[in-house]
Design a protein around this ligand. Structure first.
Ligand SMILES: [Ca+2]
Ligand SMILES: [Zn+2]
Length: 477
């Protein structure tokens, strides 16, 4: 038996004292319990370590060495660039992968199996496991990285320099230009000024069309202001004739975009521009014309649809869109802004529409435009979609983001030559899809050459992962 540390006599004295002062004894006991619990808590949180507690509370060994993982990147069959950033990482470290495409190739994305984890050339993520990715590159199908052309007639569907969907189309023949819309945001103006300057070298846009009053079509006409000076297209370029939407539901105020758009138009008029509505053009009012000759044999025609003079009781601004047809001999090119199926029906009824070489996808490839009935009439050979592909800014349904599955279903029976300007990088950013798309012709053959690559939509990885080509589509499913 172990020797007692405290003698029986001492114990008796303690008990006697405790009985004599019960309140003080109770207080001492409670104080000791509080101290013990407090020490245990602090020790558990590892705020302090009191060495004597180590004998009472078993210590868990603190793991100082984190797990090490590898990030491995393979290239796809079409090795078309260099990759940096793969290697070994400790758990929780940040990996930054960087892809650089070789000449003649475009970077497609970082893939985990069939899933694209990022479309961005620089992909940053936290390492929590061994990671095997594939970096995909695609040949630019003869695209030489530019979208220039020496053809008589050129139509440039410009990238907008941001992740927001919008339209900006520049038609050029000689030194005569027609600019249809200037989206997607007021802040797109700085980028678009630079882009337009590549093609419009005389500082004058002979014609400007504003299809309807939505920001993604008129924002960059206004631009942003610095000390009260705006950098929008209508402030930067000499403008000849402005053709605009006859109707809008917007009410102008000094601070809203529509009010600022009207002020920008007023500025252009003060500098010598003339302004007509599409309805005035159709009715030859006040000197306006239905047909403008851009060059010998090349005409720009204002079409009619009922929403030029039918106030839509719904809240659909899109149907007010100005619709135009560019013609060179038997080659026709159709632009309908964001016209919806309702307006398309009117457009078909009110005009003798030809089959077209090119159709700018109405409303960015929305499911509410490019109706089957409309496509059966115009039977487009080439379609350009101006959007930030896969950006869910207008919908929660992945089948409806631009370009939508319904759009694909309706146009597929007529053509698979579909091109898309821009694509989301999977986060809030963007990258070129086809890039700026240039459609051009000398009057017979029509060619397409894009700034990033010439891969048609249905052959792209995004399409294969997110859309299906219908069995009645050109080339089969
Ligand atoms: Ca010009
Ligand atoms: Zn739009």
């Amino acid at each position: 038996m172990a020797k007692r540390k405290i003698s029986k006599k001492t114990q008796k004295e303690v008990v006697k004292t405790a009985k004599k002062y019960p309140k003080i004894t109770l207080a001492i006991v409670i104080l000791l319990i509080i101290c013990l619990v407090g020490c245990c808590f602090l020790h558990y949180k590892r705020i302090i370590t009191i060495s004597f507690l180590e004998g009472i509370i078993p210590q868990e060994k603190v793991v100082e060495d984190k797990e090490e993982y590898t990030v491995d990147v393979q290239q796809n069959v079409q090795a078309g660039g260099t990759i940096e950033g793969a290697g070994a990482f400790k758990e929780g470290e940040t990996a930054t992968l960087r892809a650089t495409a070789n000449q003649g190739y475009a970077f497609v994305g970082w893939f985990n199996g069939a899933t694209c984890v990022s479309y961005s050339q620089v992909y940053t993520f936290t390492v929590t496991a061994n990671t095997a990715l594939e970096a995909r590159f695609a040949p630019t199908s003869g695209g030489d990285g530019t979208s220039t052309s020496t053809d008589d007639l050129q139509i440039h569907f410009l990238e907008l320099g941001n992740a927001s969907t919008g339209d900006c189309t520049l038609i050029k023949t000689g030194d005569t230009e027609v600019l249809i819309d200037a989206g997607s945001l007021q802040s797109s103006a700085a980028h678009l000024n630079t882009e337009i300057a590549k093609y419009c070298t005389d500082g004058k846009l002979e014609y400007v069309v504003a299809t309807h009053a939505h920001t993604d079509h008129i924002g960059a006409f206004v631009g942003t202001s610095s000390k009260g000076v705006y950098n929008g297209i209508l402030y930067t370029y000499d403008v000849g004739t402005i053709i605009q939407f006859p109707l809008t539901k917007k009410e102008a105020t000094a601070s809203n975009l529509y009010g600022k758009y009207l002020a920008a138009v007023d500025y252009a008029v003060s500098q010598g521009a003339v302004v007509y509505t599409a309805l005035e053009c159709w009715n030859y009012e006040n000197g306006a014309q239905r047909t403008y000759t851009l060059a010998e044999g090349i005409t720009f025609n204002i079409l009619y649809q009922k929403y030029y003079e039918t106030y839509d009781t719904g809240d659909d601004e899109n149907n007010y869109s100005v619709c135009t047809l560019l013609s060179q001999g038997n080659n026709h090119y159709l632009f309908t802004g964001d016209l919806e199926a309702d307006g398309e029906e009117s457009l078909v009824t009110e005009n003798d529409l030809p089959r077209v070489k090119l159709y700018k996808a109405g409303h960015h490839g929305s499911p509410t435009s490019s109706s089957a009935e409309f496509m059966a009439v115009i039977q487009p050979e080439i379609i350009c979609v101006c959007c930030c592909c896969g950006n869910m800014e207008y919908t929660d349904n992945p089948l409806n983001d631009f370009p939508s599955q319904a759009f694909v279903d309706n146009v597929a029976p007529y053509t698979d030559k579909i091109y898309v300007t821009t694509i989301t990088d999977g986060n809030d950013g963007f990258m070129s899809y086809n890039g700026t798309i240039t459609v051009s012709s000398n009057g017979s053959e029509v060619t397409v050459n894009c700034s990033n690559n010439n891969t048609i939509f249905k052959e792209t990885d995004w399409f294969k992962a997110n859309r299906t080509w219908p069995s009645n589509g050109v080339g089969g499913s």
